[in-house]
Design a protein around this ligand. Structure first.
Ligand code: MLT
Length: 246
């Protein structure tokens, strides 16, 4: 079982993912927000890669129970119901809702990987659930760090390392690409102070400047959720919900 890591999705074309098992990570904040929304009972999250498309698929789509969420430059977009702070996605807000989500890097990374055979959404909060699922599938894995505008971002790479390190608890004889080895080293360096790592990261600093420091503390909590958000046919739902046809 070989683990590849991409430090940004922009280096590959959409078709690169065809038939693959892929995990997308955007710790600050898109995948943390998606995991939170799904864990808090959202019916589904619809990740989109343009604001225009977000407008088009919201409104009366999905039985009129749609909420538009997302950010531009980390701030809520005018006319959207929600921003991209995971703390906004509480059960009283999102339960049974379809959330159309646009973010600068995270949702674009998910859409880029849409041809994957299996596509999972991961954050520190649900690393163990994803690792167990990957172990069960026993296929090569592509870990996609959303990064930032095509560039490397520390927090996604550290989370990739956390996922790989957790996978080692379930699978022996894993092999790694150079980028995966690098992620493991970064995780080893930061694993005892993930909140500190987020505060040190470029995007973390920007979020603190904008008043979102609590998001960093929230995003650094490891294995507080046990859900497996799966992208299929344009929407993200929990694996459990898909199984029960919900
Ligand atoms: C993104 O997709 O770039 C992010 O999630 C940005 C953010 O909301 O902090």
């Amino acid at each position: 079982m070989k683990i590849h890591t991409l430090f940004s999705p922009v280096s590959v074309e959409d078709l690169y993912f065809a038939g693959k098992t892929t995990v997308v990570i955007d710790v600050l904040r898109a995948t943390t927000t998606i995991v939170t929304a799904i864990a808090n009972g959202a019916k589904e999250v619809v990740p989109v890669n343009t604001i225009g498309f977000a407008m088009k698929v919201s409104g009366n789509a999905f039985g009129g129970k749609t909420l538009l969420g997302g950010e531009r430059n980390a701030k809520k977009i005018e006319g959207f119901a929600l921003g991209n702070s995971p703390l906004e996605y509480s059960a009283d807000v999102v339960k049974d809702k379809s959330i159309v989500l646009y973010t600068t890097n995270g949702t674009k990374a998910i859409v880029r990987a849409k041809y994957s055979e299996n596509l999972f959404i991961c954050s520190f909060q649900n690393v163990n659930a994803i690792a167990r699922e990957l172990a069960g599938l026993n296929q090569d894995v592509e870990i996609v760090c959303a990064g930032s505008h095509g560039m490397f971002s520390l927090e996604d790479s550290v989370c990739a390392g956390c996922l790989i390190s957790t996978l080692e608890n379930y699978v022996t004889g894993l092999t790694y690409s150079d980028a995966s080895k690098c992620s493991l080293m970064l995780y080893d360096k930061y694993k005892n102070d993930l909140t500190g790592m987020l505060k040190e990261s470029e995007h973390g600093k920007l979020l603190i400047e904008y008043g979102y420091e609590r998001d960093l503390e929230f995003a650094s909590k490891v294995n507080v959720q046990h859900i497996i958000p799966v992208y299929s046919s344009g929407v993200i739902k929990s694996k459990e919900k898909i199984k029960s046809n919900g």
